[in-house]
Design a protein around this ligand. Structure first.
Ligand code: NAP
Ligand code: G4F
Length: 351
């Protein structure tokens, strides 16, 4: 049985990847950090809460990362943990630089010491291209120039180069997945797609009245997260390590997303949306569209869920969640609590 370690298993991609890998028969380990409010609802949502081993680790803590590797003895490592919200990276640039950038050195060094033969996936990002897409006027390829436009993007670019360095210097099987935006009902509420679909559902059920947004002109290449974690796995199964763009090849503006989301519940967006300066960033990538040809050819990966399907499935899920809430049901994200075993097993939670 293969063993996989997922850093950031409590996040959107971590939960979907844990589901994919447990389904493939892997022994799945994931790192989580102590929070004042446990954040395990996504693992519960995906039905893997009791099937994965949770290991306490923090990106700032070298020893805990080494211990995670020792405990899991991984064949594959998916390094997904990061401060992933671009807007927050302008507010906490140093912390973002540490968690999203420098921590890549910590995990790669820990791998060099504990398990240099393990295969390594780094969660790179389309944000590294910045406005290269606007300049070139076509979907971006792996060979296009980078121009990061946020502390987050700069930190990821550091991780991207370091991943390449360890591949070249130490012969690591280390890959960069340059993933464009991917969304789902498990997205954090601060990201624009989930913010929109959550508010649209509340407005349609008369729980809320107004949706306040920032830059409606920005456009993004939005795909469906469960399909993107499949691409991560395929990268680690390939014969040789490389860097791959994962995208749909089509982009839409935030305004188009809003319009489509209100359409799903039969409302006119103009009556409910206002633009609020607070949600503008000091600098914003105007447009991002990716060309996934290399991933299609080399990995046999292609997206199936297109923009309209994605918006519709996200809105419908939120409507269902809020309907249940109105009936007095608790949110799934209120429910999870650390299992009783966690009080016994101080280092590893085997649940
Ligand atoms: P996410 O939902 O924000 O999950 C991030 C994960 O990192 C969470 O499990 C979080 O733990 C963990 N984490 C953050 N800081 C940590 C720290 N100091 N120590 C330990 N763990 C920490 O992000 P995602 O959407 O799943 O994305 C996964 C990765 O892909 C991220 O690296 C992101 O930057 C990158 N990426 C995402 C996209 C996208 O569109 N989703 C596109 C390109 C690249 P908590 O749950 O405790 O907060
Ligand atoms: O949903 P967003 O916050 O995602 P963003 O900045 O594109 O970053 C996401 O995708 C990256 C891949 O390209 C990942 F690397 C990263 O980790 C993250 O997952 O914002 C999308 C766009 C931006 O242009 C933003 O300015 O939506 C615009 N926007 C307009 N109003 C808003 C809002 N974004 C947010 N979060 N909230 C708003 O009210």
């Amino acid at each position: 049985m293969k063993s996989a370690l997922i850093t950031g298993i409590t996040g959107q991609d971590g939960a979907y990847l844990a589901k994919l890998l447990t389904g493939k028969g892997y022994s799945v380990y994931g790192t989580y950090r102590r929070l004042s409010t446990p954040n395990l609802w996504r693992l519960q949502d995906q039905g893997v809460f009791g099937k994965v081993h949770l290991i306490p680790a923090d990106l700032g803590d070298f020893g805990s990362l080494g211990e995670a590797l020792e405990v899991s003895e991984p064949d594959e490592i998916y390094h997904l943990a990061a401060q992933s919200f671009v807007e927050a990276s302008f507010e906490t640039p140093v912390a973002t630089g540490d968690a999203t950038g420098l921590a890549t050195t910590r995990i790669l060094e820990a791998i060099r010491q504990h398990c240099p033969d393990a295969r390594f996936y780094f969660a790179a990002t389309s944000e590294m291209f910045g406005d290269a897409g606007s300049t070139l006027g076509r979907p971006l390829k792996e060979t296009d120039p980078f121009h990061p436009m946020s502390p987050y993007a700069s930190a990821k670019l550091y991780g991207y180069w370091l991943t390449k360095t360890y591949r070249e210097a130490y012969n690591f099987f280390a890959v960069n997945g340059i993933l464009f935006n991917h969304e789902s009902p498990l997205r954090g509420l601060e990201f624009v797609t989930r913010k929109i679909t959550n508010e649209v559902a509340k407005i349609s059920l008369r729980i809320s009245k107004k949706l306040r947004l920032g830059n409606l002109e920005a456009s993004r290449d939005w795909g469906y997260a469960p399909e993107y974690v499949e691409a991560m796995w395929r990268m680690l199964q390939s014969r040789k390590p490389g860097d791959y763009i994962v995208a749909t090849g089509k982009s839409h503006t935030v305004g188009e997303f809003v319009e489509k989301a209100f359409e799903v519940v039969g409302l006119d967006w103009r009556k409910h949306v206002s633009v609020d300066k607070r949600f503008f960033r000091p600098l914003d990538v105007p447009t991002l569209t990716g060309n996934p040809s290399k991933a299609k050819k080399a990995l046999g990966w292609a997206p199936k869920v297109v923009f309209d399907d994605l918006v519709s499935l996200m809105v419908k899920t939120e409507v269902d969640r809020w309907r249940r809430w109105k009936k007095g049901e608790r949110f799934p994200w209120d429910a999870p609590n650390y299992p009783s075993e966690s009080r016994i097993l101080t280092r590893t939670l085997r649940m």
